[in-house]
Design a protein around this ligand. Sequence first.
Ligand code: KG4
Ligand code: ZN
Length: 339
Amino acid sequence: MDIIILGIESSCDDTSAAIIRNGFVVSNKVANQDIHKEYGGVVPELASRAHQQNIIPVVESAIKSANINKEDISAVAFTRGPGLMGALLVGTSFAKGFSLARNIPLIDVNHLHAHIISLFLRQQNDMQPSPPFPFLCLLVSGGHSQIMIISNHLESKIIGRTIDDAAGEAFDKCAKVMGLPYPGGPLIDNYAKDGNSKAFQFSKPNIPKLDYSFSGLKTSFLYFLRDKIKEDPDFIEKNKFDICASLQQTIIDILLEKLIIASKQTGIMNIGIAGGVSANSGLRNNLIETGKRLKWNVFIPEFKYSTDNAAMIGLTGYYKYLKKDFAKHSDTPFARIKI
Ligand code: KG4
Ligand code: ZN
């Protein structure tokens, strides 16, 4: 019999539902929340309300587009954390209600682990190779930046992490300083395509081991712009392509430097990236080039699965379903966790 998992994601500002059949993606629907743009960042209260409005239509759309009935679903998997508490509560409560109403298992999923599992998302007949175990994963999102050893579909170990801001935060906060709307990461990526990445130099951190730090970069970027604007009030507008290209390259260099050390230290040559920042075209290209140079096997999620989506929640749920690793209805979401 087919194993059909309904995945639900509501940890931040995307409401998403997906259907995974026997480990393959059948549908994946995402409702973005444009409301946060005008506030320069995600407003938790508004996110919760938008999830509440979006969740039923998004689930209905995922089920319809998968061409199945509610009765066909074997289990429901939901993001339990980390994320915004009010946002997580919407998806968690929906999943519990669905599981109780249909009398099917409930599966809790760690959002960060699910980002790693995005490297395994395939449609049926998609023959693209998946990463072999063990592999190293650079997980870079709006809230996290870490290097992990992935030993199987459900187990991982963090070997380096940021001591302050995440890479996505560095993109978004620097974009905000430039006057760009939230989220700034994709905009910086776009402007960087037409800029010179060597035009400006920004400070790189000197952090021991495999850890990261991005708060110094943010501060040096702020001071750099403040000084330049004093000389020429139109400095940002006149140089936005070069500023974005230089800033983006600095973030990429910081990320890849530690990833190279991690590969040397562990001897692991299978290297993946995941999380929202893995959508960055500069990071993708630099990783592919570095991989060629160092003879790595590089794995990058499909662009649409880099940022938050329910397909990665559903597929992680599928692996947990196979192990009968189910959640209790009394389980509650968590805003912060370590995996
Ligand atoms: O994984 P994600 O969708 O949500 C979290 O779990 O945090 O990541 C969102 C982050 C944001 O900081 C956003 O600016 C960044 O990913 N991001 C990008 C790009 N697309 C999304 N950063 C740089 N370049 C991109 N193309
Ligand atoms: Zn995420």
